[in-house]
Design a protein around this ligand. Structure first.
Ligand code: ADP
Ligand code: MG
Length: 563
């Protein structure tokens, strides 16, 4: 029997729907991209499952996606022959948002529709974007392999709830019917639809079919609908680079990354030889909301000989490059490859190091050729890149070249100084790269430790990111130049100090010996040692950490974790 029930959306879905309906207005046609993207994903999944169970294809191996409209009823229908959904899957997928951290994300929403619209873009709206143009959405679906009687019909007006019931659905897959709002009836027009579909589907590897348009005399119209494909229907990454337009790369990115905005850069490569594979890697323009969530999905979409195998294959890139999106299509792996196999396969390790190098090269190129875009990249992902030297010892010099810091050469705390530009500005006789860490920029930029450097016009990197001390504990030198924390131990400025400086220091030390002894006696319990210093020009005293002591930030982190 139909077993009809009405269920409430999860709170976060309600919030998302409300926000989307009211804020995505200027960008409403993206709903089609999302629905086509889902239909394509569902077909990919079916093709994958059918490797082990060919019977899932039934007598319908053709996976074209069909889009049609009804001008009088003001409806738009998207139909796929993909994997479909069971009743439970419908409730789970179209009633909740499963991503971890969603509730926390929703709390960041401000109520300011403009700001929220861009936040929501980084979250990804997917299926629910149908409600931007529709005031009622019906979904008819049947899981591949299930009986026709196990079809499911879902319906909602996009407010608080949805209804779900069983229906008979002879064809496998999913049909989505949008009942357009009266103001959106433009989408129930053949030419308009064709344009939008074409724009969003050329990179989709399946044919997207629309009813053939008939010109002139209505009487000529055949009774049987004729379908015609409007896209190229070949996997984008299999085509030669020179034939692919930027817009196509960008649209494909939005499909694989579930992002709304264009990527900053991409790298498309075909590798031949011992291992054969094609990769298409993208640098997104902004961080996803769950960048720092441990369980957040990451990794590339894996294909084997053009057959989709899995999303989020994390074995192909290191953790510090988890923000990279894209696909890798291997000719050597077996179609039965699993996550467990990927973990053990030595061929994957060599692909991982080659892909890592590709990403680092792409970032180097971006920094060199498009510094503004690189600055955007650094703002979004700089803190993640700083995990690199600790995780990827072999590439640490390359990663270090990509790092950006604040420094005394800047008038503000923006991280824009590269180590190469620091080295270019080094003073005559300077052999080391000096840095200072602390909790807040405003506090360290006036630190007494900097006095001697200001006086001698030596640049000092100013590091206030929580991860900076951890980073510096894994970087000892760059381009043969040692890093020196100026708040530690005896500061030896080497050749930067003239003979007179040294003599003056020795004299000062001698003449102040009594004072040092008195201070030492008074503060005996709190300090290890009192020294006469030459690092100050204006302040009378400064606290210094022992050469091998733990940094202040590290101390705080350990204290906070109760150690
Ligand atoms: P995403 O695509 O990012 O996972 P969506 O909101 O677009 O998020 O879709 C949510 C889920 O609903 C999908 O992950 C999928 O499981 C399911 N789904 C949506 N559309 C289809 C479809 N046409 N066929 C099968 N499952 C679908
Ligand atoms: Mg989707």
């Amino acid at each position: 029997e139909a077993h009809k029930e009405t269920l409430g959306f999860q709170t976060e879905v309600k919030q998302l729907l409300h926000l989307m309906i009211h804020s995505m207005y200027s960008n409403k046609e993206i709903f089609l991209r999302e629905l086509i993207s889902n239909a394509s994903d569902a077909s990919d999944k079916l093709r994958f499952e059918a490797i082990a169970k060919p019977e899932l294809l039934e007598d319908q191996p053709d996976l074209a996606i069909r889009i049609s409209h009804d001008e009088t009823a003001k409806t738009l229908t998207i139909e796929d022959k993909g994997i479909g959904m069971t009743r439970d899957e419908v409730i789970e997928n179209l009633g909740t948002i499963a991503k971890s951290g969603t509730a926390a994300f929703m709390q960041q929403l401000t109520g300011d529709q403009k700001k929220d619209a861009s936040l929501i873009g980084q979250f990804g709206v997917g299926f629910y974007s149908a409600f931007i143009v529709a005031d009622k959405v019906e979904v008819f679906t049947r899981r591949a392999g299930a009986a026709p009687e196990e079809g499911v019909r879902w319906e909602s007006a996009g407010e608080g709830e949805f209804t779900i019931e069983n229906v008979v659905k002879p064809e496998r897959g999913t049909r989505i019917v949008l009942h357009l709002k009266s103001a959106e009836s433009e989408f129930a027009d053949g030419w308009r639809l064709r344009n939008v579909v074409k724009k969003y589907s050329d990179h989709i590897s399946l044919p997207i079919e629309l009813p053939k348009q008939h010109h002139g005399d209505e009487a000529d119209k055949p009774t049987e609908v004729e379908w015609e494909s409007v896209n190229r229907a070949s996997a984008l990454w299999t085509r030669p680079r020179t034939e692919i337009k930027d817009e196509e790369y960008q649209e494909f990115y939005k499909h694989v990354a579930h992002d709304f905005e264009n990527p900053l850069s991409w790298s498309h490569n075909k590798v031949e030889g011992k291992l054969e594979y094609t990769s298409l890697l993208y640098v997104p323009g902004r961080a996803p909301f769950d960048l720092y969530q441990r369980e957040a999905p990451r990794g590339l979409k894996l294909y084997v000989q053009r057959v989709f195998i899995m999303d989020d294959a994390e074995q192909f890139l290191p953790l510090y490059l988890r923000f990279i999106k894209g696909v890798v299509d291997s000719n050597d792996l077996s179609l039965n490859v699993s996550r467990e196999i990927l973990q053990k396969d030595p061929a994957i390790d060599s692909m991982k190091s080659a892909l890592t190098k590709r990403v680092l090269d792409m970032l180097e190129k971006l920094a060199k050729k498009e510094p503004e875009k690189y600055a955007t990249f650094w703002k979004a992902f700089g803190s993640v890149m700083k995990e690199g030297p600790a995780e990827d010892f072999a590439n640490r010099e390359k990663i270090a070249g990509l790092l950006r810091f604040a420094s005394t050469n800047q008038s503000d705390d923006s991280e824009v100084v590269s180590l190469d530009s620091y080295i270019e500005r080094m003073q005559e006789g300077q052999e080391k790269i000096y840095y200072l860490t602390g909790e807040r920029y405003n506090q360290i930029k006036n630190s007494p430790h900097l006095e001697i450097f200001r006086k001698k016009n030596i640049e000092v990197l100013l590091m206030t990111d929580r991860i900076d001390e951890w980073l510096m504990s894994h970087l000892s030198e760059y381009q043969g130049k040692e890093f020196v924390d100026i708040a530690r131990g005896d500061l030896d400025l080497g050749k930067l100090e003239g003979e007179e400086d040294k003599q003056a220091q020795e004299e000062a030390a001698k003449s102040k010996a009594d004072l040092v002894k008195r201070v030492q006696d008074v503060l005996r319990d709190d300090l290890e040692e009192v020294r006469v210093s030459h690092r100050l020009t204006d302040s009378p005293a400064v606290l210094v950490i022992n050469e091998d002591g733990m940094g202040l930030q590290m101390r705080k982190i350990l204290e906070a974790t109760g150690q």
